[in-house]
Design a protein. Sequence first.
Lengths: 116, 114
Amino acid sequence: SAVISQKPSRDICQRGTSLTIQCQVDSQVTMMFWYRQQPGQSLTLIATANQGSEATYESGFVIDKFPISRPNLTFSTLTVSNMSPEDSSIYLCSVGRDHRGTDTQYFGPGTRLTVL
Amino acid sequence: AQSVTQLGSHVSVSEGALVLLRCNYSSSVPPYLFWYVQYPNQGLQLLLKYTTGATLVKGINGFEAEFKKSETSFHLTKPSAHMSDAAEYFCAVSLYSSASKIIFGSGTRLSIRP
């Protein structure tokens, strides 16, 4: 398995500001992903964080709004830019170590963001 | 494109009763299937997964699920519900491996009546 930590665990932010969320894993992983869980909703994939290259974004998500960094195989950040109340969600990172399809994906504890 | 449908946003059962949470998937290739559980104010925990091989998969906390290709289903069951099972349950699918990006269903909230 993998131990994943996220910082901050929660935050309350003002409209128009930006917040950077950190995701740290205790071992090197191939895949890192960022998901959003809006209140009372399921999880939606924002992007795949690729080490050494730009992130791959899902439909409906853009780099200007959600810039992502992945400087190494154990760390990634997601920034929520120019926030509005609609960005209030739980943001989760997940990791996967793909060994011929036999490994699985593990999730961090999430960052609960409230935008006023 | 792959998708997941969970039937019933809310299921309520009595303590000791059978738990059945329904999940159907759509996939153009053999899928990898998962059930995750989310307890209140906590992150996601993997209950079980199907990759290949045996179609009846046993997970943690007494849960199991059966992959039925002909029915494109992956329903989650537990013979006897416990109060601690109250949580949100998500069925999910990924295509390329069990560590690649995951598409989640809408979730089913399980309530347990005393």
